[in-house]
Design a protein around this ligand. Structure first.
Ligand code: G1P
Length: 293
């Protein structure tokens, strides 16, 4: 069955990026020339998904504004003859994309946020992207790579990456089972273990494809780590019923939920940028030659 829908949980508080995110949604922080959330939408579109379901907190109307037409701006750009900019803003999102919104009324955790999208997703497989985890690949996005695995296995798929042992307590950590035709199956998963208790250093990053089998398990998941309803605990329950595969994706991940990660992403995306890349690289080289600021 094809995957047509993606859930983007965007209801988090952004405490790691304060004070920038005191009033601004963290997903609206800028990465070179567009907000972080737009990269997540672009990745979903790259994987053939056309329906985007945002799970927002009430306070995040700005995200909705970004993906809705801005008539005043469009009229003004047309009047000034700025055709390129007009096309640019009219294409957010590209024609044929459907944006829907679910509200997470209380911040009860990632599992709860995904559950808030249940009515809009319905009884079909779906993807989840956590926009904070930005993943770059020059040709095949992480979700495209996962989609291929899903088409082959017809089962849930989770993206994983090796992290340093002292960092495991920031992630869902998996234990791997046997390889099936070169693809690893998940054997167990635990949310944010202490380094000495972690079953491995293979961390779940913010990309998931789920069969609808996850829904009843999310419904019954109780509060876990951090007193939140954890997606990880629902995945652990899913393992008792269905296979879950691990996608050790190709690409570079940036943690845009932290200031340092966001700065790294800004520098590297700016270096790759069509318009400003070359000039920015010359500027950086100059800065380094002169021993910084
Ligand atoms: C969430 C998940 C965690 C996953 C991480 C990836 O944690 O609960 O399992 O490893 O995203 O970024 P959070 O970053 O919301 O604390």
């Amino acid at each position: 069955m094809n995957i047509n829908k993606v859930v983007l949980p965007v209801a988090g508080l952004g405490t790691r990026t304060l004070p920038a995110t005191k009033a601004l949604a963290k997903e609206m922080l800028t990465l070179v020339d567009r907000p972080i959330i737009q990269y997540a939408v672009e990745e979903a579109l790259s994987a053939g998904i056309r329906e985007i379901i945002f799970v927002t907190a009430q306070a995040k109307k700005i995200i909705r504004d970004h993906f809705e037409p801005n008539t005043m701006l469009e009229q003004e750009l047309a009047r000034r003859g700025k055709q390129d900019l007009l096309e640019l803003v009219k294409n957010i999102p590209p024609p044929g994309t459907v944006c829907r919104y679910a509200t997470q009324p209380v911040p009860l955790g990632l599992g709860h946020a995904v559950l808030c999208a249940r009515r809009l997703v319905g009884d079909e497989p779906f993807a989840v992207i956590l926009p904070d985890d930005l993943i770059h690949h020059p040709t095949d996005t992480c979700l495209q790579q996962m989609m291929e695995m899903y088409q082959e296995k017809n089962a849930s798929v989770v993206a994983v990456e090796n992290v340093a042992r002292e960092q495991v307590s920031r992630y869902g950590i998996v234990e791997t089972g046997n390889d099936v035709d070169g693809v690893k199956k998940m054997k167990s998963i635990v949310e944010k273990p202490a380094p000495h208790e972690a079953p491995s250093t293979l961390a779940v990053v913010g990309r998931y494809i789920f069969t609808p089998g996850i829904w009843p398990l999310l419904e019954t998941t109780r509060r876990g780590a951090g007193s939140e309803i954890q997606l990880t605990d629902a995945i652990a329950a899913l393992l008792g019923k269905e296979d879950v595969y691990l996608c050790e994706f190709q690409g570079t991940r940036y943690d845009c939920g932290s200031i340092l990660g966001l700065m790294r992403a800004n520098v590297e995306y700016a270096l790759r940028h069509d318009v400003i890349g070359a000039e920015f690289e010359a500027y950086l080289a100059d800065l380094v030659k002169n021993n910084g600021v």
